[in-house]
Design a protein around this ligand. Structure first.
Ligand code: 2RA
Length: 332
């Protein structure tokens, strides 16, 4: 299969290449695409060097699938050009997520919605993916009424510039090209992406809107506070979830242990709970600190951690492509 990776030199692009190789995705020809300033650079895939190609050259090569991680503007402009030549696009930006004509897919939850008409498929936001993957089977069992989520997000979610800022600050230097309006080392920023007119950030509103779309349920109420912390390896989330129906805690454990893609890490006697350092490099969404909210009936508290570059981005995108192959919607 001819595969284009758009944004191949970025943090997510690099992880896409890693995940494609690890999962033995049937790549017969690889087209790593990046911006003008990366021309002349090479990337490595399965021990072989590949020259970066331009967007136009990649479109002219008519790849079977293009996995995009190059920002919303590039996706809006370039994804339809790939789709026009018959390429299936899986897009990691926010450009198409809430477009009612596009599917927003977490394969374990809603891959069955995909049809031959879907040429541009949206990969959800990282912090949304790990939350809905942890919750969708509980939603089926007990019907979620409302989620209150606070996130603790890794700087890798912003990209290389933010990783450099953290490392420079940690080394005692001022950041040469800061990604954030404030220092991030020894600090916490209650600010991810841009502020919207309602006072929430775009990241917070992604969690509200994408959750309803992925779970196909507009009745689910979500309120979010998204926070950047000086951490790498994964995003963490404190979830407070109110259900319509009451649950037994044993049943919650049973459901979570049986949820594909979820790993329960919850042995407080051994100080065992999910942490970004343990999620790093893994595809599983780790769930722990599972307990009843004693202040309110039918309400559960959970702590959810996942590698935002893996299940939150690259792994989910590659899994979408794998599902499309399985469903006969993506062919060489
Ligand atoms: C972040 N959600 O962590 C973004 C990345 N898509 O900033």
């Amino acid at each position: 299969m001819k595969v284009a990776v758009v944004g191949a030199t970025g943090l997510v692009g690099g992880e896409m290449l890693k995940v494609l190789a690890e999962r033995n995705f049937p790549v017969t020809e690889l087209l790593p695409v990046a911006s003008e300033r990366s021309m002349g650079q090479e990337i490595e895939y399965q021990g072989k060097k590949y020259q970066i190609v331009s967007m136009d050259d990649a479109i002219a090569a008519r790849p079977d699938v293009a996995i995009f991680s190059a920002g919303g503007g590039v996706s809006k402009e370039q994804a339809p050009r790939f789709a026009e030549v018959g390429t299936v696009v899986i897009d990691n930006s926010s450009a198409w997520r809430m477009d009612p004509t596009k599917k927003l897919v977490v394969p374990e939850i809603n891959a069955k919605q995909l049809t031959p008409e879907d040429k541009i498929i949206a990969n959800p936001n990282c912090s949304t993916i790990q939350m809905v993957l942890a919750l969708h089977k509980l939603h089926e069992a007990f019907q979620i009424k409302r989620i209150v989520v606070s996130t603790y997000q890794s700087v890798t979610g912003t990209g290389k510039k933010a990783v450099d800022q953290l490392l420079e600050e940690r080394a005692g230097q001022p950041a040469s090209n800061p990604a954030y309006p404030h220092r991030i080392d020894l600090n916490v920023l209650p600010h991810i992406d841009v502020f919207e007119a309602n006072g929430y950030t775009k990241e917070e509103m992604k969690m509200v809107n994408e959750t309803k779309k992925i779970l196909s349920d507009d009745s689910i109420q979500v309120t979010a506070t998204a926070v950047r912390i000086p951490v790498m390896g994964g995003h963490s989330e404190a979830l407070n979830v109110e259900f319509a129906r009451d649950f037994a805690l044993e049943e919650v454990y049973r459901i979570l242990r049986a949820t594909e893609g979820v790993e329960v890490v919850d042995e407080i006697a051994k100080n065992s709970y999910p942490m970004p350092k343990d999620a790093h490099g893994k595809d599983a969404v780790l769930v722990g600190r599972i307990r009843r909210d004693e202040s309110q009936p039918r309400t559960l508290n959970l702590w959810v951690v996942a590698d935002n570059l893996r299940k939150g981005a690259a792994t989910n995108a590659v899994q979408i492509a794998e599902h499309m192959i399985k469903l006969g919607l993506l062919k060489a």
